[in-house]
Write a protein that binds this ligand. Structure first.
Ligand SMILES: Cc1cc2nc3c(=O)[nH]c(=O)nc-3n(C[C@H](O)[C@H](O)[C@H](O)COP(=O)(O)O)c2cc1C
Length: 167
């Protein structure tokens, strides 16, 4: 099992940065499990738990995710993994909030595990042809229409001394 370090939550929050460049090393399955466990622990409105967490490590699918919107996702092609958060909007009308909290929990767990990650927004974003990024992700993952996609985390072993830029 990966051992989270003993930094306080505030220290993790201070040190966390969006990381978009990865060394190429894989992420252990146990670490991916910690990340989805963290996401599943996130609170949801009325405890409805509308979210599902999809771990993507297949290179072809990562490349498809990188093209799901016109800008701001390309680095996903070089990520070791992506965890897509989908939420069934027929289960809860707070799918945006619930998904966002889950993504945030995973970002902090990634920091605790020493992994680099970056939130990649899909909701309200479009590809170069004007197709909804959410629709593209649903097609990649074969998800039904009512499954809404706020975004996903791109993940990898961080390339040293790289910190995030502004988008
Ligand atoms: C709601 C949200 C959407 C974001 N979408 C993207 C994105 O699509 N692509 C990207 O490269 N970064 C994205 N980011 C990362 C932000 O650009 C980043 O968090 C911000 O610039 C602050 O940098 P920091 O995370 O290193 O503190 C997003 C962050 C949030 C919270």
């Amino acid at each position: 099992m990966p051992t989270p370090n003993s930094r306080s939550l505030l220290a993790l929050m201070r040190s966390r940065r969006s990381i978009r460049r990865y060394s190429g090393g894989p992420i252990p399955q146990a670490s991916l499990k910690c990340l989805t466990d963290a996401a599943a622990l996130a609170p949801t409105s009325r405890d409805r738990k509308p979210c599902a967490f999809h771990c993507i490590t297949d290179r072809a699918q990562l490349e498809q995710l990188a093209r799901a919107k016109a800008a701001g996702a390309a680095f996903t092609a070089n990520a070791a993994a992506a965890i897509v958060v989908s939420a069934d909007s027929t289960i809860s009308d707070t799918w945006i909030e619930d998904s966002s909290i889950a993504l945030t929990y995973m970002m902090l767990e990634a920091e605790a595990l020493g992994l680099g990650c970056c939130w990649v927004q899909m909701h309200l974003r479009f590809d170069a042809d004007g197709t909804s990024a959410e629709e593209n992700v649903r097609r990649i993952l074969d998800l039904p229409e009512q499954h809404r996609i706020v975004g996903f985390l791109a993940l990898g072993q961080p390339e040293e001394n790289v910190s995030g830029g502004q988008l």
